[in-house]
Design a protein around this ligand. Structure first.
Ligand code: XMP
Length: 247
């Protein structure tokens, strides 16, 4: 996408640094803060070398509203707001700060950007889709499950079996339950499927997914992930009282 847009970008693989910092950390707010700080620390290291002064972020209104302040409760520290370290050398530029997601999409459409219709993805990445510690092994599981959920839902939308959700993904619940694979006992984790309709990310309603589609997703995930996953559930919670992501 970035290549198509002619952007001059560099990919930095800092996965080891992130995983090391997240080792043993279970609290969702701690995870978010660690990820926010690591982002800035890595950006600053590169910026210093390349003499870069500015950090441009796509922060939007729900990010700072949910991150809280003296007047508002902290629902969750969005990595780009509440996750920022107290001292930062880069100057921050946030052109979309006061817009909501639907307004951002209008701007993107007016600019002719294809990315306008892309489903949102949380800044802290798959770490907020793994309850508790985000290890490399758990990330691989949730990545594969998200991939299957995305593919199967997009297939169903194409076949006109359902309306396209605003956002759709998988969540790993690392609590083991008993199951059976063939004639062998299984003792694996659970995957929750999450699909929601929203306009501005401030509220959402869970999507109506036909049972046949849920059935296909369930079979594909348990087939692909073997003995690691033996139970699939569908999240039927709106926001409020839930949030879109589980952490
Ligand atoms: P929640 O979970 O707060 O999510 O109901 C609302 C929308 O925001 C995305 N999200 C984030 N985006 N940094 C981001 O850039 C974050 O820390 C973050 N947390 C959640 C989420 O995917 C949903 O679209």
């Amino acid at each position: 996408m970035m290549k198509e847009m002619g952007l001059n970008f560099r990919f930095i693989d800092a996965s080891k640094e992130f995983y090391d910092a997240l080792k043993g950390v279970e609290d969702p707010e701690k995870k978010r803060k660690i990820i926010g700080e690591k982002f800035i620390c890595i950006f600053e290291k590169v910026a210093k070398k390349e003499k870069i002064e500015y950090l441009v972020q796509g922060t939007i209104a729900p990010d700072w509203i949910e991150s809280g302040d003296e007047l508002r409760d902290t629902i969750k520290s969005h990595h780009n707001v509440g996750g920022l370290p107290e001292t930062m050398h880069l100057k921050l530029v946030e052109p979309l700060r006061d817009l909501y997601k639907d307004e951002v999409r209008k701007v993107a459409r007016a600019l002719g950007l294809e990315v306008s219709e892309k489903q949102p993805f949380p800044g802290p990445g798959l770490a907020v889709r793994i309850i508790g510690e985000a290890s490399p092994e758990r990330t691989e599981i949730v990545r594969e499950a998200c991939n299957i959920v995305e593919k199967e839902i997009e297939n169903a939308v194409e076949k006109k079996l359902m309306e396209k959700p605003w956002q759709y993904f998988a969540v790993l619940i690392p609590i083991k339950t008993v199951g059976v694979h063939g004639d062998k006992r299984a003792y694996g984790y659970t995957i929750a499927i999450r699909a929601v309709q929203s306009v501005d990310a401030m509220t959402c309603k869970y999507s109506d997914i036909p049972h046949t589609v849920l059935d296909t997703i369930s079979t594909k995930i348990t087939n692909a992930l073997g003995d690691k996953i033996n139970r699939i559930v569908y999240d039927v919670t709106n926001k409020p009282p839930g949030t879109v992501e589980w952490e």
